[in-house]
Write a protein that binds this ligand. Sequence first.
Ligand SMILES: C[S@@+](CC[C@H](N)C(=O)[O-])C[C@H]1O[C@@H](n2cnc3c(N)ncnc32)[C@H](O)[C@@H]1O
Length: 231
Amino acid sequence: MNDITIQSYFGRIARYYETVNRIMSFGAVLLWRRKLIKQIKAVCREGVIEKIVDLACGTGELTFLLKKAYPSTEVIGIDFCPEMLKIAKNKANKQLSIKFLEGNAESLPLPDQSTDIVTISFGFRNFQNQTQALKEIHRILKPNGHLFILEFSQPLKCLRPIYFWYLKSIAPNILGQLLGLKAPYKHLGDSVFAFYPPEALTQKIEQHSFKLRHLQSATLSIVSFHYFRKM
Ligand SMILES: C[S@@+](CC[C@H](N)C(=O)[O-])C[C@H]1O[C@@H](n2cnc3c(N)ncnc32)[C@H](O)[C@@H]1O
């Protein structure tokens, strides 16, 4: 898989993205993003937060929550898929001034040490060159900057057979077939199935000069919340 394929998958599912996500997660995706905001508010209490970057922002679901939580902070959403960004931009209004930029996580369009917080919700596992993305995140974060990653995880062992059957069969065969988008939904199931367990993800990120501060699994370990500081 390469960036062009991933980009085109998200381009094809963009207009269904939010609805399908809600249906497939039985609404849990909304709670997970709110939980992430609560976590950010709880840990970033000291100092002024001048800039937040929501990386792989997609249609901006988390970006808007961030702006509501930090109205006087500059909030920037970045994604490499124009179709996803178009939906995000259409939703933006004058009260919530958010900058949405087209850009690849592997080459971020931002200066060195310019950002206080980077968030990534359900984006990291799609990065084809995660090492380069981590270097870029490290570059744009200020010293001691905050990195929050919300990602799918490996659910509890007893749940795995039914969960992976659901992801690998129901999603591509029913939803994918129905919408004529079998390949993108197959990618979703495959990418979750192949993704690191939380400890391995932590190890990978810590290799790039970040230090884990908090790790929490939620919803029978279907997702995990990682919080790192730049070293
Ligand atoms: C599953 S969506 C998540 C969107 C959003 N963060 C959310 O919580 O709904 C993954 C997003 O990652 C973006 N993406 C994947 N690889 C990327 C990369 N290398 N650079 C920028 N965006 C990327 C895709 O275009 C897609 O919009």
